[in-house]
Design a protein around this ligand. Structure first.
Ligand code: ZN
Length: 279
C-alpha cells in the first residue's frame, strides 16, 4: 500500500451542473501540503471528514456553520484513488460538486493532466482488527482483518440483476467511469421531490428494460463501489482490511465510518472526534 500522500501540481477548475440542485456549480481544486482535503465556501472551512457529514440521502453532503457542499463522493473517490491526501477545494459557485460525467473520470483525467506531486504528509492508516457486521435493514456491511485493501460491493439492480465487483487497490476505467444511475420509473418522483434536477443522459445511467445501451452490466455495481470509496475517503485514512457490503448506500456507508472511527480512530488520539450526527 502506497502511503506517501500526494497533492496536485497546479489548480484545476471544474464547472457544470449539480446532479440534485440543477444549478451551475464551479469549484477550484488547489494544491496543499496540509495533509487533509478541505472544502472552502464563502470563507468557511469545511473539512472532508466524517463529523462534517450533514446528509446521506441520495448523496453525501458536508457542512459547517450553515454552509453546505453537496454530492462530494465522486470527487472524494478521485482523490482517494489517486492517493491525493492534501488539497483545498474552493467552492466558487453553487452548493454542489459538479456531476460532470456522472462518475470520477473527469476528475481523475484532469488531475493526472495537471500532474501530481508529493504532499509531504503520509497517509494515515485505519487497520481493521476484528470481524464485525452492521445490518440495519435488509442491507449489511461486514468488515474483517486483511493484509492490504479489499473492498467488495454486491447488489441486486433493476433489470441487470445481482452483481458483485471488487476494488483491491488498483484503479480501473470501469470503476472511475461508472455513471450515477437511477430507475426510469423513479425519474419523475425524484424530480417532483427536488432531486436529480441536473440529471441528463450524459451523466446518468437510466435503468430500464432496454439494456442495449448499457456498455457493461456491472456499471451500476461499479458506481456503488465508487460511492463506497468516496464515502470511506471521509475517514481521512487508507483502509487496511476487507470490507464487503451488500446493497450498501450512503447511509450505510455513514454507519460504517461511524463504527470504524469509534473503534479504531485514525492513529488513535491524533484526531479528536467531534460529536457525530446519526441519521
Ligand atoms: Zn454516486
Amino acid at each position: 500500500m502506497e502511503l506517501k500522500g500526494k497533492t496536485l501540481k497546479d489548480t484545476v477548475v471544474f464547472e457544470g451542473v449539480g446532479i440534485h440542485t440543477g444549478e451551475i456549480c464551479k469549484i477550484k481544486v488547489h494544491p496543499s501540503d496540509g495533509g487533509e482535503i478541505l472544502f472552502c465556501k464563502k470563507g468557511i472551512e469545511i473539512p472532508a471528514f466524517h463529523p462534517f457529514v450533514v446528509n446521506t440521502y441520495l448523496g453525501t453532503d458536508l457542512g459547517a456553520e450553515g454552509e453546505v457542499i453537496k454530492t462530494v463522493e465522486h470527487l472524494m473517490a478521485a482523490f482517494y484513488l489517486l492517493g491525493i491526501n492534501s488539497a483545498v477545494v474552493e467552492v466558487e459557485r453553487g452548493n454542489e460538486v459538479p456531476i460532470l460525467d456522472g462518475g470520477a473520470k473527469t476528475f481523475v483525467e484532469n488531475f493526472l493532466e495537471v500532474g501530481l506531486s508529493e504532499s509531504g504528509k503520509d497517509w494515515r492508516v485505519l487497520k481493521i482488527g476484528e470481524r464485525f457486521r452492521i445490518q440495519p435493514n435488509g442491507n449489511f456491511v461486514e468488515v474483517e482483518p486483511f493484509e492490504g485493501e479489499l473492498l467488495i460491493y454486491e447488489g441486486i439492480f433493476p433489470y441487470v440483476g445481482r452483481r458483485r465487483v471488487v476494488y483491491d487497490g488498483k484503479m480501473t476505467d470501469a470503476l472511475v467511469g461508472a455513471r450515477t444511475f437511477c430507475r426510469l420509473e423513479d425519474v419523475e418522483l425524484l424530480r417532483k421531490n427536488g432531486f436529480g434536477l441536473g440529471g441528463y443522459l450524459v451523466n446518468t445511467l437510466v435503468l430500464n428494460k432496454n439494456l442495449d445501451y448499457l456498455v457493461y452490466g456491472d456499471e451500476p455495481a461499479y458506481h456503488k463501489l465508487l460511492d463506497l470509496i468516496g464515502d470511506l475517503a471521509l475517514l481521512g485514512a487508507k483502509i487496511e482490511g476487507k470490507i464487503y457490503t451488500f446493497k450498501g448506500n450512503h447511509t450505510l456507508n455513514h454507519q460504517l465510518r461511524e463504527y470504524l472511527l469509534k473503534t479504531y480512530g485514525v492513529e488513535k488520539g491524533k484526531i479528536k472526534l467531534q460529536e457525530v450526527k446519526v441519521f
